[in-house]
Write a protein that binds this ligand. Structure first.
Ligand code: DX5
Ligand code: ZN
Length: 220
């Protein structure tokens, strides 16, 4: 059983005080800081580059989980790892040479994850699963925080969990999008263990209380 981890997404943080906002969730018990990188091409929004990852690295020792929603991940993987990313996750929909990209991330010393959009089948992982450290399932269409959880993610997560178990692999299952107090228990029951929570954490008035509540609900 992989340990439960809460990963606040800084997409919903107050960017005028980004350093403090990262320190606040670090102190509040988050194990992972989720950083959403968007290029305005693969997804309809533009956000963060390596410069911000490098700044985040200076204020926390927690895992920096860099989610690349960009068309040309191969071109930028080195910069993000150099900036301090511990985990780099890339979308199977945009990586033509996924095996090469995953190998490069690992060669650079980071953990590698593949991300699947809501409509992308688990079959896309058939010949890469054993090379991965984690799989992230999108439970919203990527691009924005604050969207509603897509329920079909639960069946997908459960199928993935069973497959990982039957192969005896140690691969984390991360779920991204619409995770909050109403959805996290179902996601845990579906075999996931790492939960991205943007608006649920940063939209709350007490980060410690919210993270503790999410962990409690996830401990089934
Ligand atoms: C969406 C991003 C998510 C987003 C989650 O494209 O990948 O990480 O920040 O936000 P919430 O938790 O508000 O759905
Ligand atoms: Zn994300």
């Amino acid at each position: 059983m992989q340990s439960i981890k809460i990963a606040p997404s800084i997409l919903s943080a107050d960017f005028t005080r980004l350093g403090e906002e990262i320190e606040a969730v670090d102190r509040a018990g988050a194990e992972v800081i989720h950083i959403d990188v968007m290029d305005g091409h693969f997804v309809p929004n533009i956000t963060i580059g390596p410069l911000v990852v490098e700044a985040a690295r200076r204020v926390t020792d927690k895992v920096l989980d860099v989610h690349l929603m960009i068309s040309d991940a191969d071109r930028y993987v080195d910069s993000f790892v150099k900036a301090g990313a511990d985990w780099v996750t890339v979308h199977v929909e945009t990586c033509t040479h996924l095996h090469r990209t995953v190998s490069r991330i690992k060669e650079l010393g980071a953990k590698a994850g593949a991300v699947l959009n809501p409509a992308t089948s688990l079959a896309s992982l058939d010949f890469i699963l054993e090379d991965l450290d984690l799989v992230m399932l999108m439970s919203v269409n990527p691009g924005f925080g604050g969207q509603s959880f897509i329920p079909s993610t639960l069946e997908k997560s459960w199928q993935l969990h069973q497959r990982i178990q039957s192969l005896g692999l140690e691969i984390g299952i991360e779920i991204d999008g619409g995770i909050n107090a109403a959805t996290i228990a179902d996601a845990t029951e579906a075999g996931a263990n790492i939960f991205v929570a943007g608006s649920a954490v940063y939209g709350s008035s007490d980060y410690s209380e919210t993270i503790a509540e999410l962990k409690k609900l996830a401990a089934v």
